[in-house]
Structures are given as C-alpha cells and as structure tokens.
Design a protein around this ligand. Structure first.
Ligand code: 26V
Length: 828
C-alpha cells in the first residue's frame, strides 16, 4: 500500500482495518483469498490492528525521550498476559469496527478471538498482577516499561488422563506471535561464571577483575501495551537468550565443532522454559541464570536510555524507578551496584545511595518454602563479582545495625544477608529489603504479617520502609471485555465514567431497588451461565444445568488454598444425598480450574480426586443432576474470562494467613459472584467494602491457628468428634470412589490426619459446611441473592488496579502521569 493510500482519511475504521488485513494477507503472508488458511487470516488481521498503534507507540516513546520524564521499570520474571487481540481493539475503541471488518471479510469475529495466541508467561497471581498493572499504567498515562523474559515455553498445557494431570509443552511461539517486535539493535551482552583475579594498579594497589566469564546475549522483543482510549502506548520488553553474536565456532573450539554447537545451545536454554512451580524454591542453576539474565539485560537497557539525556548520575533516582516483583529479580540490587561502581566508576557510597533510592520491593508470599535462598557456592560460581558485592553490602549493613543496636549478636545473625551454616546461603528477601527504599505486601493482613512475623527485626530497624498496597485488577479485561452485557447494563444506568473511575460503580446502589434492573442482571448472569454450560459440554461432555448454583474455585492448586476442603464439601453433600435421596437440596455445579506444579504430587492427587468425584457423581441416577462436578482442563487467562462472568459463588477458602492477597476473589465479586471465604488476604478488605452481610466468612482467623498450634493441634480429635467428617475422611481412606486402585486417596487421608493436617482443614470443616448451608439457603431466595451480588458489584470499585498503581506511583515511585499529545497523524 502506498503512503498516500495509508493516510487516506476517507476510509471508515472498519474499511481501514479491512484494507490493512488484505494488505498483510498479501504482502506479509504471500497469500490470497483462496490460499489463506485461518491462521493467515488471523495473522493478517492482528497485524492490521497492530498497525493502528504504531503511531501512538512511536509518539509515546519520543515524547518520553524529549521531555526526559521519570520512568518506572517493572521487573518481573512472569507476565500472564493472556490474549491481546480483543483487549487491544478495546483499548483502541475499535471493538465494534473490528467485528464489522471481520464480518465484511467473511470471517467470524469470535472464532478469530479464540484463535488469538495466549501468552502464558507466568504461573498464577504474581504474573497476572504484573499484566494488570501494565494495563493500568498505560491507561493512566504513566511512563512505564515492563521487563521480563520471553520464555519459548510458557506455563505448560494441562490435560487429564484418567483423571490425572499430564503436562504438555506450551508452544505459543511455534507459529509466530503477531504482537511482538524484535529489536536486535538493543541486544545486551551477559556474562556468567569465571573468577575474580587480583590485578596490580599503577599506584601499587590491587583491584579485582572478573575474567574467564562466558558470554551470551539478550535480544529484546517488545509487546506494545495500549492505554485505554489514550495516546499512551507503553511496552513490555521481553528478553530472549542466544549465543553471542559472532560466536566463532572455529576460534573458540578448535576442531570440536559439535561441542561448539552444544555450547551455543547452552545459551539458548536460558529462556527455554518458565519454571512451572510457584511457592517452591527451585534452587537450580538455570533458574539463577534466568534471574540474573533478566536483571542484567534490563538494567543495562535502562542505563543506556538514561545516558541519552544525562552525563552524570546525580538524577538517576529522579528519572528511574525499578520495582522488583518478589525476590526473583532481587539480584538487581547487586547488578545496579556492579554497573555503577565497576563499569561507570561511581564511588561505592554514592552508588549505594542511588541504588536504594531507585529500587522498590513487593513481597507476594510468606510460605517459607517459597522464600528464595541461593547457596553461596552456586552464586559465587555463577556470579563471582556479585557475590563479593553482596558481601560488601552485608558488611556495611551489619556495621550500621551494630551502631544503632549495639551488642546484639543474635540480631545481626537474624538480619544478615547470609545465612550461616554448613552451606552458607544468600537470603534474597533480605537483599531486596536492604536494597530498597520501600517494601510492600499485597493486602493489609499480608503487609502486617510481613512486618510482624517475617521481618520484625527489619521493621524495627526501618519502620518507614514497610508499607501496604493492596492488589487490584484491571476492570477493562475483567469486566468490560469478559462480561460485555453486564458492562452495557451498568453503562445504561450510570453512563460510562466508571470505565475510567471504577469507584463510580457506587452510583449503581440506588438502581438495585429497581426490579427491572435486577431482572436484567439476572438474565445476563443466566446467559453467561448458559454459555459456560455449553463450553463445559464441549470440553468435558458433561451437561450442567444453568439454573444450578455455579460454585467456582479457580486458582493454582495448593494445599494451602484448600481445594480439598471444597472436595470434602462435595463428598459431604453426596453422602447426604445417598443416605436420603429425597432430601431437598439447592442444585449445585462445582466448577474447578487449576494447574498443579508438575512435581507437587499431593496437589496432583487432589486433581485426581475431584475428577473421580465428577465421574461418580455426574452419572449417579440417585443424584439426578442435583450435583455436578467439573474440572475444566488447562485453566488459563482465557478460560478465566469465560468462567468468571458465569460464577455465582466464589471459593476463597485458603487457610487464614497463607493467601497473601488473591486477585481472583476481586474478579469474581466484581462480576456478581458472592464470596465464601476465610479471613485471609484481600478477602478481609473485600468484606469491609461490600459489607459483612454480603459475603460468607467462615473459619478460624490467623491468630487462632497460632493458638491451636501452641496448644498442640490434633486433627484426630475432630475426626473422632464429628461423625459426618469421619464419614467423609473414611470414604477417602477406604476409597469408595475408585475401587480399582484402593489406595489412591489414602495419602490425602493421611495428610489430614496422621501428618498433622498442616493447613487445618479439619479445624475449619464444620464452619465451612454450615456456611455452605447458609449459602444454599440464600441462593434460593433469588431476590436477596440478587441484591447482595449487585451490592458486591457496586462496592468493588476500590479494587481496580488503577487505584493500586496510583498508590505505587505516589508512595513508592514518585511518578507523574504524562499526557502524550501531538501524536500527529493517528492512523485509526
Ligand atoms: C516463587 C517461586 C519460587 C522459585 C520458583 C519459581 C517461583 C515462582 C513464583 C513464586 C512466588 C509466587 C508467589 C505468588 O504468586 N504469590 C501470589 O501473588 C499474588 C499477587 O500478589 C497474590 O494475590 C497471591 O495471594 C499470592 O499467592
């Protein structure tokens, strides 16, 4: 297409999209109407959409450079982006025209959206939060960049074989990814391994040089992040590892060609795969190299950008804020020191001041097994210079502690960055806290526990450093996009201001008195449920009644999240029905979605149990369709978008004190599900916002578990004293559900009894079952249920990631929004 043609303004938006799609089909794919496959059509249309953002993208970056604005850099090993075709169209206000263009091309818009590649570069909450924050940052016009890794294989695809989870590789890049742009011109070199060598300087002193390292490089791929109906287009820059350019097979490896190619492969392995386990420390060399790779490429990239406008380091923290998403990028502390001191000759103390003022740290979990510690040997072998830097940071830090709290050796040991012992370890959380000016947890409770339980000594030394910023979600994906009918209903009542300011949803409250409003809401919920029922039928073959209560638990599978407690409720109801087939019961459909870490055998057994319960219950004539159990395979962002608008009940039943925040809880409540939950994470704040009368809270509180533990918790007591509970547990032990494999659930029984029930399932069981009974009763009172759900919708506005990001900007980043004007010609 000629330049003149592309600037023609007489074309309507759908025409423009159509023309560009045909252009790409021909000139990017080399196809015509007869030869194009559905994938070609998708590719061409996605590129047509991408074309629409290029002007804004270029203008945004230029604007930032010209004004020399302060930028935020979000460092995260994970981004659960999900699909982008629909959300990009939405951000461009082109969803309608996009559908129209596709229609005119004879293509089905929904089929096209389904074909869009899901970028699943994360495990769960932490990665999805990063994606929500990127969306809010762009929409609120903050100059921000996400830095991450371009894993060749994202989170594995999950299949079930006879009810067991099987992992399949996620090949999201195999057909090409239309939303990325490779930037070979910004490649960064990366060095690992080698040793420090003493070298004499001309004045008779010595200094250390890092030699014999192995070099490879990071190639950046940019994914545009489009602000909603603004000109701002930020970017997510993902690094891909490869052998260093000019890698000379013959020079480096005389004659040993095969070994040379193997070595080349070594570099490419660095970003091969996302580690699929959250909440257990992998401790593996490759993971450490991944973490360093992210940090070094990103820091070098942002330093390069800073130096375009600056000749000294004075303003560095005024122009750069770096947020570490958990400890995974905590090597940023050492790497920033490395770059400043050893590559740019900044004096140590000055460099340290700049580093601390630049970095912020978010903690996302308190589970001890997830707290990162790297063995000192490994860290020294992979990054000898950084190990020295960490020792020096520690030395200075401990000296300062000693000055302020003299003579307290126990304290020094507790706060040290190094854990002493047979094998010394580096405590990454300590490194992150010492190297940051702000440390936050992700909900009020969690932040308090960080202060009081995990790091009381640090909180005492630096009380101002510890803050809370409760998580949020982007309502643009999690309401406007995934539940368009509800979004429209809301807009029809209060206008569309709420899309910019979610707290406007409060204005819905008076509408709840209008029966017509309630009816329409119920109709929408019903249609969403019918659509999900259809999907369930297609994927599992199970028929579920859309009128039944859709009881949803969707999240990673973890013992602390207690999907097994939910399963125990299912068993309880099933056993009641078997004993009394005529009893009145609120029909329920239990819907699960969850991936278990491949090595988490207990969690995988819970999946097997739930699948087995489904097999038994769904076809039991005595149940007669009143209970259904479905475990939807391969839970991911796109599947969440299908389930959430159809949910009636949101299961947030973690052991209190264990779920740092939760964000699915927010998405479900915002879409008109009521929560059954423990006093944990953000559930507490949700209860405060929606009102305790509009949420079902049960179970023991975090402090109570402390007491229980201290008094010697004995699960057998609960087993002996509650016959119904005993029946449920015995049915697992004796395996009433899968006779061919008599011991298959024995381990679950043991976990809850002989192994001490570490997550207090039995202590919370009775209250859970009774609360579920209240849920069932409430659901029968359609009016009451409907009012409560609408009050939830109206009062969830505070949980927008827009609010969360503004709080970060104010409390941590000292960041101002920047309006991108003067885009010039925008091609939409
Ligand atoms: C830890 C590890 C350990 C090393 C191997 C790879 C790996 C990957 C992830 C993690 C930490 C996961 C922590 C996490 O996802 N926390 C969740 O963060 C959400 C966002 O703040 C929050 O809503 C959830 O409650 C919390 O569990």
């Amino acid at each position: 297409m000629s330049e003149q043609e592309s600037t023609r303004t007489t074309q309507t938006p759908p025409e423009k999209l159509k023309t560009r799609t045909l252009f790409h089909r021909k000139y990017s794919r080399g196809k015509d109407g007869r030869t194009a496959t559905p994938y070609d059509e998708y590719w061409s249309f996605a590129h047509a959409v991408r074309d629409l953002v290029i002007d804004r993208f270029v203008a945004t970056q230029q604007h930032y450079l010209d004004r020399d604005v302060k930028r935020l850099y979000y460092f995260s090993m994970e981004y659960l982006v999900g699909r982008l075709l629909k959300s990009n169209l939405l951000a461009l206000d082109m969803l309608g025209p996009g559908r129209e263009a596709l229609g005119q091309l004879g293509l089905n818009p929904e089929a096209m959206f389904e074909r869009d590649t899901e970028a699943g570069l994360g495990n769960g909450g932490l990665g999805r939060l990063a994606a929500c924050y990127m969306d809010s940052l762009a929409t609120l016009e903050y100059p921000a960049y996400g830095y991450g890794l371009r894993y060749e294989h994202g989170i594995f695809r999950q299949e079930f074989q006879e009810g067991w989870q099987r992992e399949r590789p996620d090949d999201w890049l195999s057909t090409g990814y239309p939303w990325e742009m490779v930037r070979p011109e910004y490649v960064q070199p990366v060095c690992v391994y080698g040793r420090l060598e003493d070298v004499r300087d001309p004045h008779g002193g010595t200094f250390q040089v890092w030699t014999d390292w192995q070099m490879f490089e990071g190639v950046p791929y940019d994914i545009p992040v489009i602000g909603y109906k603004v000109n701002t287009v930020n970017m997510l820059r993902l690094w891909s590892a490869r052998a260093a350019e000019g890698f000379q097979l013959d020079v480096f490896n005389q004659g040993d060609y095969v070994r040379a190619v193997e070595e080349k492969n070594w570099a490419e392995n660095v970003t091969k795969v996302l580690y699929p386990s959250d909440n257990t420390q992998a401790g593996r060399e490759l993971r450490l190299i991944q973490e360093y790779f992210l940090v070094t490429c990103s820091i070098r990239d942002l330093v390069r950008r800073y130096l375009k406008n600056h000749h000294d380091w004075e303003d560095f923290p005024e122009k750069n804020a770096i947020q570490m998403n958990d400890t995974h990028p905590a090597l940023a502390v050492a790497e920033l020191m490395n770059v400043l001191c050893y590559e740019h000759d900044v004096p140590w103390d000055k460099a340290w001041d700049l580093t601390v003022r630049t970095l912020g740290f978010t903690n996302h979990t308190l589970l001890p097994e997830a707290l990162e510690e790297w063995s000192e040997d490994l860290l020294r072998r992979v990054l000898p210079r950084h190990m020295e830097i960490i020792y020096r940071i520690n030395h200075q830090f401990l000296q300062r502690v000693q000055l302020s709290r003299p003579g307290n050796d126990a304290l020094l040991q507790k706060v040290s960055l190094i854990e002493e012992g047979e094998r010394k370890k580096v405590r990454m959380a300590h490194l992150a806290v010492v190297g940051s000016h702000a440390v936050n947890g992700v909900s009020e409770l969690h932040s308090r526990l960080v202060r009081e339980r995990v790091m009381p000594e640090f909180a005492d030394l630096k009380p101002d450093r510890f803050i809370n910023i409760t998580n949020g979600i982007t309502h643009r994906r999690w309401l406007v996009q995934c539940n368009p009918e509800l979004a429209e209903l809301i807009t029809s009542r209060i206008g569309d201001e709420w899309i910019y300011d979610l707290e406007q949803l409060k204005r819905l409250e008076p509408e709840i008195e209008d029966p017509d409003f309630r009816t329409r809401f119920l109709e929408i919920k019903h249609r969403n449920k019918a659509r999900l029922a259809e999907y369930i039928h297609e994927t599992t073959g199970v028929d579920v009644p859309p009128d039944s209560l859709f009881d949803v638990q969707i999240k990673r599978l973890h013992m602390y999240k207690r999907q097994l407690l939910n399963a125990m409720h299912i068993i309880t109801l099933y056993r009641r029905l078997k004993h009394n087939p005529g009893m009145e019961i609120t029909p329920r459909t239990f819907i699960f979605g969850a991936k278990a870490a491949p090595a988490y055998l207990l969690a995988k057994r819970v999946i097997k149990l739930i699948n087995t319960l489904g097999d038994v219950i769904n076809k039991d004539p005595e149940v007669d369709g009143r209970l259904k159990v479905v475990f939807l395979p391969d839970y991911n962002v796109s599947l969440a978008e299908k389930i959430i608008p159809a949910a009636d009940l949101s299961e947030q039943i973690s052991m209190a004190g264990k779920e740092a925040s939760g964000t699915g809880n927010m998405k479900l409540a915002l879409n008109g599900a009521l929560t059954i939950g423990t006093w944990d994470g953000a559930n507490i704040e949700i209860a405060e916002h929606v009102g305790e009368e509009n949420i079902f809270i049960f179970g023991r509180r975090e402090e109570e578990f402390e007491d229980l533990r201290r008094d010697g918790y004995n699960p057998w007591q609960y087993y002996d004293r509650n016959p119904e509970l005993k029946g449920v547990l015995d049915s697992l032990k004796d395996n009433e559900y899968e006779p061919e494999d008599p011991d298959v659930f024995r381990e679950l029984f043991d976990e809850l009894t002989a192994h001490g029930d570490p997550f207090f399932y039995l202590a919370d069981y009775r209250d859970y079952i009774e609360t579920q009974q209240r849920v069932a009763e409430c659901y029968r009172d359609r009016e009451r249920w409907c009012r409560a759900t609408l009050l939830n919708v109206a009062r969830m506005g505070w949980f927008s990631s827009d609010r969360a990001v503004r709080q970060y900007a104010e409390k941590v980043w000292n960041l101002e929004p920047v309006e991108v004007r003067d885009v010039g010609r925008i091609s939409t």
